[in-house]
Design a protein around this ligand. Structure first.
Ligand code: NAD
Length: 437
């Protein structure tokens, strides 16, 4: 099938590449000329594991191409995916400017029946708005489908190639059939394709993200309470996770959720509720708790240094909002770093993939190390913000030798309390006892 994907970010580029991998001919369209030029030269503009091999193979096979021109990009496509940003507007609602802007343009460009698929995360009712925006100028028939994406950055390729489920909101039978044909190769193991109305499909995505954000936040509250009463959240986590009604995943406490999806989607669902005179009280609480959680280690760090962080050297491990991505949108690390800088502390940070993106925002306000040990030289403390695999099993002796003082504040609970005790560290983590020396 001939496919066009408009917007080649984390979702669009993975979508386009994976459809090409299944033998489709895909044109990726992006407004960012620099990005398109890079991709034409075989370079991937984002970091996403496993994407490079598929990307190179499909370009070489002539199944994956790139353009900035919407008209030529969609010309031969039977299906046009919109994988455009839906950032939070000032009032927290999803900003539909990108989606509706491209939809308006599409109307006058359509010359034959095409299925226009909304892959972006959008509020209930957006398919109708997209339909109306295209219809303003369209002279031919078309169908609008809602097909929310559930991939996780860091696992995007495997999530897309083997999805737990595919959700298709379509009232047009022909469009539904086309979508089924496209997705069939991805669900050969028997995972379901759920067909539903557009509104239910749109809400499914928000409900999934809001539920996961709530699950994390619930666990963060339990962790905070563990500290108050002297319980160990790791034990509680394992204790509840083996109940199949609860499940083991998404129970890890930490310094809050971040990223391009959870914060904005929880906010947008909450705003959607308000727009329909419905008050999502649970989401209010989730947003408030998460806001506090992002800097929950700050008072502890201040307390440790008796309120004076001026000139203290704090090493930071991890900048990305989670491991295996270079995405720093709403990353808790940035909140912590800004708070530390405000106290007069010096920050020396290392992240395997995200430093380039942080340099664009923070520039030389902080120092960047070439590896995780380089930032530890003479550090008064280490703060861990992202649970990258390479931080999980460090050489504690080397760390102690490098640091001015063996002090670790761990926002991701990477180490056992006992091992930190044995290695002579002061160690403060989330929802567990403080390790004193
Ligand atoms: P992104 O910011 O990484 O990519 C968006 C791309 O669209 C950019 O490359 C940008 O240049 C391009 N673009 C903007 N305006 C354009 C236009 N007029 N024409 C062509 N291209 C244009 O965004 P993303 O993370 O891929 O997210 C896209 C959507 O998918 C959002 O709604 C998001 O909520 C949703 N989503 C994201 C993820 C994720 O993990 N990132 C997962 C599921 C769903």
């Amino acid at each position: 099938m001939n496919i066009a994907v408009v917007g080649t970010g984390y979702v669009g580029l993975v979508t386009g590449t994976c459809f090409a991998e299944m033998g489709n001919f895909v044109t990726c369209i992006d407004i960012d000329a620099g990005k398109v030029e890079k991709m034409k030269n075989g370079q991937i503009p984002i970091y996403e594991p496993e994407l490079d091999v598929l990307f190179a193979r499909n370009i070489k096979a002539g199944r994956l191409s790139f353009t900035t021109d919407l008209a030529t990009g969609i010309q031969d496509a039977e299906v046009v995916f919109l994988a455009l940003p839906t950032p939070p507007g000032e009032d927290g609602s999803a900003d539909l400017t990108y989606i509706l802007g491209v939809s308006k343009q599409l109307g006058s460009l359509l010359t034959d029946y095409k299925v226009i698929v909304d892959k972006s995360t959008v509020p209930v009712g957006t398919a109708e708005l997209v339909n109306a925006a295209i219809a303003e100028n369209a002279k031919v028939d078309f169908a609008v489908v809602s097909n929310p994406e559930f991939l996780r950055e860091g696992f995007a390729v495997s999530d897309f190639m083997k999805p737990d489920r595919v959700v298709i909101g379509a009232s047009d039978a022909l469009a539904a059939q086309t979508m089924e044909q496209l997705y069939k190769p991805f669900v050969r193991q028997g995972n379901p394709i759920y067909f539903m109305d557009e509104k239910s499909a749109e809400l499914t995505k928000y409900a999934a993200n809001a539920f996961l954000a709530t699950k994390i936040t619930f666990m963060n509250e339990i962790a905070n309470f563990c500290e108050v009463v002297g319980a160990d959240v790791d034990k509680v986590r394992i204790g509840i996770g083996s109940d199949s009604r609860i499940g083991k995943r998404f129970l890890f406490p930490g310094i809050g959720y971040g990223g391009s999806c959870f914060p904005k989607d929880v906010q947008a669902l909450h705003k959607s509720g308000q727009d329909h005179n419905y008050n999502f009280r649970i989401l209010d609480a989730v947003m408030q708790v998460n806001e506090d959680q992002k800097t929950i280690l700050l008072p502890r760090i201040k307390n440790f240094f008796r309120g004076d962080l001026q000139g203290k050297k704090i090493a930071v491990w991890g900048l990305a909002f989670k491991p295996d991505t270079d995405d720093i949108r709403e990353a808790p690390a940035l909140y912590m770093i800004r708070a530390l800088l405000a106290t007069g502390a010096e920050v020396h940070a290392y992240d395997p993939e995200a430093m380039q993106n942080v340099k664009i925002i923070l520039g030389d306000q902080i120092q960047y190390g070439q590896d995780e040990y380089a930032v530890l030289h003479n550090a008064d403390a280490l703060l861990i913000c992202t649970e990258w695999g390479i931080f999980r099993n460090p050489n504690f002796t080397a760390m102690k030798d490098l640091m001015a003082d063996a002090v670790v504040f761990d926002g991701r609970n990477l180490y056992e309390l006992q091992e930190m005790n044995q290695n002579g560290f002061y160690y403060s983590s989330i929802g567990r006892q403080e390790v004193l020396r």
